[in-house]
Design a protein around this ligand. Structure first.
Ligand code: ADP
Length: 269
């Protein structure tokens, strides 16, 4: 978004030249867009759980309830409270990472082991989806903050589950090359329209659409994944076909003994 205007310069009534001023408003425009996305996320994602928390709490205050009903309401309050915490944590996490205040605790870890653990933790909670681990994941050593890698995997798998409301397979694969460890998560869900792909990793960006209206989220998960991976010298990409499914793939630098030494030294300075 540009603004250009020209100003003619005169000296003793004679035209000396014209100055053109170019103003780049792209950043302002992006900031405005981010603010309005933030406002709509906050108004929807904070208000919805808050109103059910307040609503159920009021009901419990007003009436004598049977213990089963009471328990059901408390469960809802608890669930919605968790959702709020999750949203606020994601937001603060990202804020901290972007301001460079995040301190990563990187060490030599095996990506395959971490990924298997995440899959095994999440799988039992998803009865409508089949988890497929392609081949046996080969061990792949990387220099990473384990908790953060768990966060990336958890986000990608929960998106795969969330955005395939009819169930299906969720396939996890990992390939090692000399330079990289490549991990991908594929689902057979809604897929993503091509025009949305470039914006997908931006903060608060959510794809609109009838089938997605009921699927809750903040539009922060992928932005968090991207930032974590970049802070590990890695990257993330997506391929998708609407109605067929999506594949999110990330790469992290593979580690051999010598590299490990370099990383450790440069990280401690
Ligand atoms: P959230 O899931 O909280 O909305 P994300 O940043 O994780 O936020 O994802 C941003 C958007 O990208 C989602 O709203 C969704 O529309 C789209 N998306 C992410 N993962 C998938 C997926 N596996 N299949 C289809 N759409 C996806």
């Amino acid at each position: 978004v540009y603004e250009v205007y020209g100003e003619q310069l005169f000296s003793d009534g004679e035209l000396q030249g014209t100055i053109f001023v170019h103003r780049d408003h792209t950043r302002n425009y992006e900031l405005d867009k981010m603010k309005s996305d933030l406002v709509s996320t906050v108004s929807h994602e904070l208000r919805t759980p808050l109103s059910s928390i307040l609503g159920f709490a009021e009901l419990m205050l007003m009436k004598e309830l049977k213990p089963e009903k009471q328990r059901k309401y408390i469960e809802t309050i608890h669930k919605e409270g968790n959702r709020l915490t999750h949203l606020i944590n994601d937001f603060l996490d990202l804020q901290r990472m972007e301001s460079g205040k995040e301190s990563y605790e990187k060490e030599r870890v095996d990506a395959a082991e971490i990924i298997m653990n995440v899959v095994h933790t999440m799988e039992p909670g998803q009865p409508n989806h089949s988890f497929i681990i392609e081949d046996k994941l080969q061990s792949g050593k990387i220099f990473a903050d384990e908790d953060k890698l768990v966060q990336v995997m958890t986000n990608l798998i929960s998106n795969a589950v969330k955005f395939s409301p009819n169930g299906g397979n969720i396939t996890i694969s990992m390939q090692n090359s000399q330079d990289n460890v490549m991990v991908s998560v594929t689902d057979q869900g809604l897929g993503i329209p091509e025009k949305e792909l470039p914006k997908l990793f931006s903060k608060f960006h959510r794809v609109e659409g009838e089938k997605r209206q009921k699927i809750r989220g903040t539009g922060l998960g992928l932005a968090v994944c991207k930032k974590i991976l970049e802070d590990h010298n890695g990257r993330i990409m997506v391929t998708s076909e609407e109605g067929k499914g999506s594949t999110f793939t990330f790469y992290l630098p593979a580690l051999d003994g010598e590299e490990l030494l370099q990383y450790t030294q440069s990280d401690s300075t």
